[in-house]
Design a protein around this ligand. Sequence first.
Ligand code: FAD
Length: 251
Amino acid sequence: MPHFYKAPVISILARPAFAEPAHLPVHWLGESTDGERLAEFAGRLCYMSQKNPANRGTREYLENIKKQGHGSVLEHANYSLLIEGVSRSLTHELVRHRAGFAYSQLSQRYVDESQAAFVVPPAILGDDALLAQWTAQMETAQATYIALVEKLMERYGWVADKVHRRKMAREAARGVLPNSTETKIVVTANARAWRTMLELRSSEGAEFEIRRMAVATLRLLQTEAPGFFSDFETYVAEDRAEAARIGYHKV
Ligand SMILES: Cc1cc2nc3c(=O)[nH]c(=O)nc-3n(C[C@H](O)[C@H](O)[C@H](O)COP(=O)(O)OP(=O)(O)OC[C@H]3O[C@@H](n4cnc5c(N)ncnc54)[C@H](O)[C@@H]3O)c2cc1C
């Protein structure tokens, strides 16, 4: 029986470590994290305003940067996340976000998917009949995958390199795995790029699963660095799923 995910699992892998240069100290005010201070430092360098003449706290300063649309300042702070428990169809949409993003995703050519998990589409959750129909299809697909890998390994028995032979078998057999197959992906992006992706994918127009992932990512990043993400507001939309809207939209 495969494992069935009902929600994404998101872990933070990396965040900025800011090292302030001794010859250009900033008059910091208020609470902040390294990533937020890095962006403030970069913003203040533009006008050499390290003395902080307006007496702004870091998060207040970043609020003004977002309001002014001075987005390049936000590009200095990168956050890396490990995203698991999401479907291949979700990551197919996610990797369309290019500017400021880096991705590394589990390879179905190299990794044995005979134990793969699956992600229940949110619209199916809570309906037993739909869930049973969907589950049966996942199990059949996985059984076919296992049988195909076995037969392909036999068919290409003359290939001496076993790693290469396995890759040949898996890359062909994966064709029967559904879009709901679980995958894992490491995503790194700067704060500006995260904002753009989160705005698009947490909105009501986005597909349910990526929207759920975007709302969960938003909550994580809001805790991590409120100065970059506090203008997003989450709410329950008319379709009864969570969504979010951005405060300072940047075109
Ligand atoms: C609700 C929804 C439905 C969608 N449906 C479909 C669909 O049916 N089919 C489909 O193919 N896609 C679809 N997409 C994907 C969409 O077309 C974009 O590929 C995706 O949202 C990434 O947006 P982007 O290119 O702005 O992002 P990024 O690649 O992150 O780029 C961010 C911004 O950087 C600039 N930029 C990036 N690359 C370039 C470039 N090469 N040249 C000039 N400027 C650049 C642009 O200003 C861009 O907006 C959908 C997206 C959403 C949110």
